[in-house]
Design a protein around this ligand. Structure first.
Ligand code: ADP
Ligand code: PAZ
Length: 322
């Protein structure tokens, strides 16, 4: 496992350099950056956001997402300007490639909830951009392949993904190809859905979410982040994430695990305490080691780091200096 002894708390020179690369904001400081953008939300907007993420509080939308939406609106406009400059230089008609936002973080930290809300909020801009959302679990190898390679206990680790396919997907989207298919993963069957794809059709913005989006792999010529215009790392203390993982497991036990096609159907009638110990075991044997070995380090590569507290509220924001 990477890292240093727990009792060595002084930051290393590398960590100091990493921290200096960012500006740090408290929640109220960040919330004030919303300024007076025309991004107020009607009751209908809020109701429809609740449809996207029932658990989301209104203060999270106002204090965290609206300033982020303002920042991204400015950044997308600037990126388009740069694109036009390059096309003018080349003497070509302006073509606007999709603006790609990567969202990284641990299993169960809240990436997919965050990504869904961000998608809904960005799509509400006055020019109504087309915002697509793809999750990287579609690029996991199918169960049959994982089993044949002895990787079923390594799901989510770098070797469990078809990275080449993931990079080709991003390259094709960035190149403006009219229809780019992505494979689809089912959390119910715990496997890739055979023959099913989600097709991305030249969106204005693509949100690309997954625990591995900021990883680098030795010897690979291209990284996913080479295609990103912006990136976010959703961060929280390990103990909070572990608890969210366990609570989500209990929720799934009452819902998805009850269905006949569920991979975890064998757990559907476990008493609460036993279900919690299964969840703790999966967390400690798979997801926590993966967080420590392969995910945590990628935080220092993100443009924006959102640190959540035990109640899921973002408490601290770090924005990389330009
Ligand atoms: N902002 C939030 N407020 C309350 N609960 C949240 C929030 N974000 C995520 N959650 C809950 O935390 C758990 C993990 O979130 P999820 O988005 O599924 O994580 P990930 O995609 O990182 O695995 C889920 O049970 C989800 O409902
Ligand atoms: C498929 C995943 C790697 C994807 O994680 P996500 O991006 O949804 O946070 C993860 O949900 C997973 O299955 N981990 C393996 C151990 C487990 O069942 O939790």
């Amino acid at each position: 496992m990477k890292g240093r002894p727990m009792n060595d708390l002084a930051p290393t020179a590398e960590e100091r350099a990493g921290l200096a690369a960012y500006r740090r904001f408290s929640r109220p400081e960040w919330a004030a950056l919303r300024a007076n953008t025309p991004l107020s939300l009607s009751t209908r907007d809020i109701d429809s956001l609740r449809g996207v993420a029932e658990e989301l509080s209104l203060s999270e939308v106002v204090d965290i997402f609206l300033p982020l939406s303002r920042l991204l609106n400015l950044q997308v406009a600037a990126a388009r300007g740069l694109g036009v400059v390059q096309d003018t230089f080349l003497g070509r008609p302006a073509a606007l490639p999709p603006y790609i936002i990567g969202i990284a973080g641990s299993v169960a930290v809240g990436k997919s909830t965050f990504a869904r809300v961000l998608q809904a909020i960005l799509a509400r801009w006055p020019d109504h951009p087309k915002v697509a959302l793809i999750t990287t679990d579609g690029f996991l190898y199918p169960t049959a392949v994982l089993e044949s390679r002895g990787l079923m206990q390594r799901k989510g680790f770098p070797e469990s993904y078809d990275l080449r396919r993931m990079i080709s997907f991003l390259a094709a989207v960035k190149a403006g190809e009219p229809e780019v298919p992505a494979p689809v993963y089912s959390h119910l069957t715990y496997d890739i859905v055979p023959g099913k794809t989600q097709v991305v059709r030249r969106p204005d913005i693509l949100i690309f979410e997954g625990l591995n989006v900021l990883q680098h792999s030795a010897g690979a010529p291209l990284l996913a982040s080479d295609f990103f215009d912006f990136s976010v790392y959703v961060d929280a203390e390990e103990a909070h994430i572990a608890e969210w993982y366990r609570q989500r497991f209990l929720l799934l036990q009452r819902t998805a695990f009850q269905q006949p096609e569920s991979y975890f159907r064998r757990y559907k009638d476990l008493p609460r305490e036993e279900a919690l110990s299964v969840a703790t075991r999966i967390w400690e044997q798979i997801n926590l080691p993966n967080l420590r070995e392969n995910i945590q380090y990628t935080r220092e590569r993100a443009r924006l780091v959102l640190r959540k507290g035990a109640d899921h509220r973002v408490q601290e924001i770090r924005l990389r200096r330009m």
